[in-house]
Design a protein around this ligand. Structure first.
Ligand code: AMP
Length: 211
C-alpha cells in the first residue's frame, strides 16, 4: 500500500487482510509497539515519530526482514507504510525476490487538503487498535471505542503541524520511490481514494491483484 500519510493505507490494509487472509505488516504499528514498551529503542523512536520525520532505513528494513521470517506470510502479505525511501524500496525488492514474491503496488491518490482534515479527525483505541474518523466513521459513543469502551486517543503525529511535516517528508523522501518502482518494472496501479466508502476503494484494490 503506497500513499501519503492519511491516504487510508491502514484502513485499506485492514479490509484487505479480512478479505484475503494475508497478514497486515505495518512498520508504523511495529514502531509504536516499541514506543509502548518504553524500551531504549522505543524512547528514541518516539522522539523521531513525534517530530514527523522518518526513522532510519536500517531500523525499518530490519523490522520488515524479521517479520517476513514468520511462516504466516507464505500465501501473501500486505505491506503498509513500507518502503518509504528509495533505499528501503531496494531492500524490499531483494527480500521479496528471495522469497519469489512479486509485489503489486496500489498507490492511493488523495488530495492533500483532505488529508489534513482527515488526519486531524482521526482517533485510535489504545486498547485494541481500532481506527475511527470523526467525519467518516465516528464511534457510536463520542470518544469511546465501540469494541471495548476505552477512551480514544489522538496519535501525537496526527496533530496539524506534524501532519504538514509528515507530508513534506513524504514528498521529499517517499515520492522518489515511484521512480524506483517504474525502473524496476514493478506492477504499479493508481487508485483514486479521495472520496468514496472504504469498502468501495478496497474493491478497486482487489481488482488490480493477479488471480
Ligand atoms: P504510519 O503509521 O505508517 O503513518 O507511520 C508513523 C510514523 O512511523 C512515520 O511518520 C515515521 O516516523 C515512522 N515510520 C513508519 N514506517 C516507516 C518506514 N518504513 N520508514 C521510516 N519511518 C517509518
Amino acid at each position: 500500500m503506497f500513499g501519503p500519510p492519511g491516504s487510508g493505507k491502514g484502513t485499506q490494509a485492514k479490509l484487505l487482510k479480512n478479505h484475503l487472509g494475508w497478514p497486515h505488516i505495518s512498520t508504523g504499528d511495529m514502531l509504536r509497539e516499541h514506543v509502548q514498551a518504553q524500551d531504549e529503542l522505543g524512547i528514541e523512536i518516539a522522539a523521531v515519530m513525534k517530530s514527523g520525520q522518518l526513522v532510519g532505513d536500517d531500523l525499518a528494513n530490519r523490522l520488515v526482514e524479521t517479520r517476513l521470517e514468520r511462516p504466516d506470510v507464505e500465501a501473501g502479505l500486505i505491506l503498509d507504510g513500507y518502503p518509504r525511501t528509495v533505499q528501503q524500496a531496494a531492500w524490499m525488492s531483494k527480500l521479496l525476490d528471495r522469497k519469489d514474491f512479486r509485489p503489486v503496488v496500489a498507490h492511493l491518490k488523495v488530495d492533500y487538503n483532505k488529508i489534513v482534515a482527515r488526519l486531524s479527525g482521526r482517533r485510535v483505541c489504545p486498547q485494541c487498535g481500532a481506527l475511527y474518523s470523526l467525519a467518516f466513521n465516528p464511534p457510536r459513543v463520542s470518544e469511546l471505542c465501540d469494541n471495548d469502551g476505552s477512551r480514544l486517543m489522538i496519535r501525537d503525529d496526527d496533530r496539524e503541524e506534524i501532519i504538514r511535516r509528515r507530508l513534506e517528508a513524504y514528498d521529499r523522501q517517499t515520492l522518489p520511490v515511484l521512480g524506483y518502482i517504474r525502473d524496476a518494472g514493478i506492477s504499479y496501479h493508481e487508485v483514486e481514494a479521495t472520496d468514496g466508502a472504504p469498502a468501495r476503494i478496497a474493491q478497486r484494490i482487489c481488482e488490480i491483484l493477479p488471480e
